[in-house]
Write a protein that binds this ligand. Structure first.
Ligand code: 5GP
Length: 117
């Protein structure tokens, strides 16, 4: 079963795409947690960070480079932004297709919210 992100990359379901090349697609999160909330997703379907291999190092570097470019385009490079990659359930990963969140446009507060235990 293709992930929802694979369908977005292939243009099968709509998304607000802000950047695309042969390795990654970046689009606005459907439920933004900040004024700027973009997801950077590799074309190659990799479920989680745990599934990366050494041969993916250049791809991960490219994801960060694309994030840096988008941050500049979105006007948050100087004010600041956060890059987040969730892995598995304790991190709250919902979509099993590797993705990097780029969040900015307001003070983002502490790194982690309060947990309930
Ligand atoms: P995760 O929790 O897996 O790190 O992040 C998944 C993100 O994907 C969430 O922030 C969620 O709002 C976003 N998302 C889920 N489905 C869709 C969709 O169909 N379109 C877009 N643009 N974002 C989605």
């Amino acid at each position: 079963m293709p992930t929802i992100f694979a369908k977005i990359i292939r243009g099968e379901i709509p998304a607000d795409i802000v950047y695309q090349d042969d390795q990654v697609t970046a689009f606005r999160d459907i439920n933004p947690a900040a004024p700027v909330h973009v997801l950077i997703v590799p074309s190659k379907v990799i479920a989680t960070v745990n599934d990366l291999s050494e041969s993916d190092e250049a791809l991960v570097g490219h994801m960060v480079s694309v994030a840096r470019k988008i941050a500049a385009d979105e006007g948050v490079a100087e004010s600041g932004y956060r890059l987040i990659v969730n892995c598995n359930q304790d991190a709250g990963q919902e979509v099993p297709h590797l993705h990097m969140h780029l969040l900015g446009g307001r003070p983002l507060g502490p790194l982690l919210g309060k947990n309930s235990d």
